[in-house]
Design a protein around this ligand. Sequence first.
Ligand SMILES: Nc1ncnc2c1ncn2[C@@H]1O[C@H](COP(=O)(O)OP(=O)(O)O)[C@@H](O)[C@H]1O
Ligand SMILES: [Mg+2]
Length: 362
Amino acid sequence: MRPIGILGGGQLARMLALAAHNLGLRCRVYDPAADPPAAAVAKHHRGRFDHVEVLRQFGSGLSVVTYEVEHLPIAALEKLAGVVDLYPGLSAIRVASDRLVEKNFVNAAGIQTAAFAAVDRVEDVDEAIDRLGLPLILKTRTQGYDGRGQAVVQTRREAIRALRKLGGSDLIAESLVRFDSELSIIAVRSRTGQIAAYPLVENHHGEGILRWTLAPAPELDRRICRRAEKIARRLLAELDYVGVLCVELFRVGDTLLVNEIAPRVHNSGHWTIEGAETSQFENHLRAILGLPLGSTEANGNWVLFNLLGRTPDVRRVLELPGAHLHLYDKSPRPGRKLGHVNYRAGDPRRARVRLQSQLGLS
Ligand SMILES: Nc1ncnc2c1ncn2[C@@H]1O[C@H](COP(=O)(O)OP(=O)(O)O)[C@@H](O)[C@H]1O
Ligand SMILES: [Mg+2]
């Protein structure tokens, strides 16, 4: 079979390529960086995402193309989709790469989000404050990730300052949700229409970056799990989606609000490498190739702990029974995702505390 193309060569592409190896498949990654993490395990084509000709050349020799980032120039992707099948399709990127389009789309599908307003000038800030109240969270509509391009504002003055800092227009204001927990659900739909969903998981963020995930989400009412799965299935259907989709949720009591959707494999699904019958990476590949999906069942309780900014002593991780170390071969930088530990545990809340203190992680 011809190779599978992946746009973006970060750790997500690296783990996709590793899953592909087990299925006897090859991947090629396209990334503007000189030596991205996936280049160690897949052939790397260096190029800019808006460089249509280079992108088309990349696509022409491939069986199918997927991506590990959603912030991609749509016009170039349209051209690429003319020479090779692209999954998830363009409608998923159009929706997920713009927070305003995304929220309107989710609401139109009959699913709740935080209250929001478009902000393109100072007058819009006043209108948003009138309608949504304070505090607010201001976000750039496009290009944000890991909490970048966002500001929580308590006063009008702070909001005006944030408006300027975040570019002056093309922003969205959201009411700050006082959630009981943050959850996410990863679902997958194959080209054949087959659908599967992983258990709902509980996510903990610091400064907008995922720190750890408990999988499956502990102590959750079955009804909430079913509700989350229904939301995911609805979105898959609305987008005529192919591949893995992650839906980030806020739980307020029994109510679920969609925070955002990611049309790709997702950090909160990294536990599935050892923790589920079939990893999110393998199921994404199966889905885009039209192969039967694997079971999404969890084998026990897991803590997924992100290694941010620095890596702990490797020996201390490896001597911990039940711990699995994944490093992405990236150079350390404050807040950077360098790897993760999947840790099987009876009581995941206690295990997370133990893991963190034993490894001296922050
Ligand atoms: N409206 C909101 N109310 C409360 N917390 C929020 C809201 N929006 C974002 N956050 C917090 O910031 C984190 C990152 O925001 P998110 O919109 O998911 O952006 P990113 O694309 O950077 O992941 C969320 O996981 C959540 O912890
Ligand atoms: Mg998010």
